[in-house]
Design a protein around this ligand. Structure first.
Ligand code: PLP
Length: 456
């Protein structure tokens, strides 16, 4: 039963809203999911159906949905000032306090914070900083950027190029020259029979080195990686991967940028995915859980090596010629600062670490399910991979629409997940409890059972 108000919303939506990542021809006829309220890790639609939101929206709603404390902070800042910028030496208290706090919780050596509004903007800006750095160093020919196949880093013009999924290039005449994609670390599907995780990592590092040598090391500016591939399928890297990749980067003096837009703020069990996997990046980009997704804000955390050269460029050109109107927005910054306070109070890292064994046990238990091939994760992020044959790991034929059937069954069981190809990713709000983790896996199993029945 839908309410009249919703009908008018549906009509307006169908006629006027251009939906991202959606078929624009069929969307107006489709029944949209109209979420009207949230309570903790649950969202409620306009017909009163309650869903356990196991994707945290778009991997971002770390504190769940609806938060009176955050609302108060935002209202106070809106009342006091509403807006002011941080250009040309202007400062505001929330932006200053947030930057100091971020530096304090960042891995050591990230004392400089460039506030932006989205994950795409943060990565976009970090690409400019990479080029700025090499220009300052007298090596402007170092332009090429290497990311991984199937990676996702945003959809601005330049971050679409950084993103390693061809569907984000097609039709736009992208990528621009100078964006290269090395293999993604996907042990379950791409390792050779009998190859150990360490050997697979060695092979990927060798492939990266071959690419660098073929292109000319003096032309490579930076390597970009998410600690674990989020939108690439919630895929955990194999043992030894970053250690071996970083040895290659160091050998050719290539900058390393960690995209922590999903992994930042304890998603992988440490405050940063870089800490979980022993990564030593020159810059870190973060967004999403920075404000628990309650305001659009992101940040580039800049290490000393890069910041020194930004100062050199400021001397040369008179100023750092980059910045957005809403960078350091006082309302967004105040919200993010409050979110970081909440993380401290709830001991976010400790909370995720305490939940991790139960979360991973849920994935382990699903390995016996007839539809499940790969199953696992880290911290509070992971995925199950749906296969037609557990032995050969063959996938179902697309015409069976198995993932669509699953999504519909999950919805009927009050569960929202993130579907990526034949993988079902879970990244629930970090406020989830141990009992709710169990409930999430119970709903997932029911949806999988019903999917298996439907395709039998
Ligand atoms: N980087 C990663 C790893 C992401 O997952 C995303 C978005 O999902 C982005 C960057 C882009 O962030 P935004 O959508 O805020 O531009």
């Amino acid at each position: 039963m839908t309410l009249p108000l919703s009908n008018s919303i549906r009509a307006q939506d169908a006629k006027h809203v251009v939906h991202p990542h959606t078929n624009l021809r069929t969307q107006p006829e489709a029944e949209p999911l109209v979420i009207t309220r949230g309570e903790g890790i649950y969202v409620i639609d306009d017909a009163g159906n309650r869903y356990l939101e196991a994707a945290a929206g778009l991997w971002c709603a770390s504190l769940g949905f609806g938060n009176a404390r955050i609302a108060e902070v935002a209202a106070k800042m809106l009342t006091e000032i509403g807006y002011y910028h941080i250009f040309r030496g202007a400062a505001n208290a929330p932006a200053a306090e947030l930057s100091a706090k971020l530096s304090a919780i960042a891995p050591e050596g990230f004392d400089h914070v460039l506030l932006q509004c989205s994950g795409s903007e943060a990565n976009d800006t970090a690409i400019k900083l990479v080029w700025y750095y090499w220009d300052a160093k007298g090596a402007p020919q170092r332009r090429k950027i290497i990311s991984r196949e199937q990676s996702y880093h945003g959809t601005s013009t330049i971050t679409s190029c950084l993103t390693g999924k061809p569907k984000f290039h097609t039709g736009y005449g992208l990528p621009f020259d100078g964006f290269l994609y090395t293999a993604m670390p996907y042990y379950y599907r791409n390792a050779r029979p009998g190859e150990s995780e360490q050997d697979y990592s060695t092979r990927l590092a060798d492939e990266l080195e071959e690419m660098i040598l073929a292109e000319g090391p003096e032309t490579i500016a930076a390597f970009w990686a998410e600690p674990l591939l989020g939108s690439g399928g919630a895929i955990v890297p194999p043992d030894g991967y970053y250690e071996k990749i970083q040895a290659v980067l160091a050998k050719y003096d290539i900058l390393f940028v960690a995209d922590e837009v999903i992994c930042g703020f304890a998603r992988t069990g440490e405050m940063w995915g870089s800490q979980t996997y022993g990564m030593r990046p020159d810059m870190i980009t973060c967004a999403k859980a920075l404000s628990a997704a309650m305001q659009p804000i992101s940040a580039v955390l800049i290490g000393e090596r890069v910041f020194e050269q930004m100062k050199v460029q400021s001397d040369r050109f008179g100023s750092f010629t980059h910045g957005y109107t809403y960078a350091g927005h006082p309302v967004a910054a105040a919200v993010a600062l409050e979110v970081l306070k909440i993380y401290e109070e709830m001991d976010l890292v400790g909370h995720v670490k305490a939940l991790e064994p139960g979360f991973l046990a849920g994935f382990e238990a699903l390995k016996d399910h007839p539809l499940v091939g790969d199953s696992g994760g880290v911290g509070l992020i992971g995925a199950v991979e749906i296969v037609a044959d557990k032995e050969t790991r063959a996938m179902h034929p697309p015409e069976l629409k198995v993932m669509q059937i699953f999504e519909e069954r999950a919805s009927r069981n009050g569960l929202i997940t993130r579907i990526i190809g034949n993988r079902i990713a879970l990244s629930p709000p970090q406020i989830i409890t141990a009992a709710e983790v169990e409930e999430m896996f119970a709903r997932l199993r029911r949806a999988l059972d019903e999917t298996a029945q439907a395709i039998a």
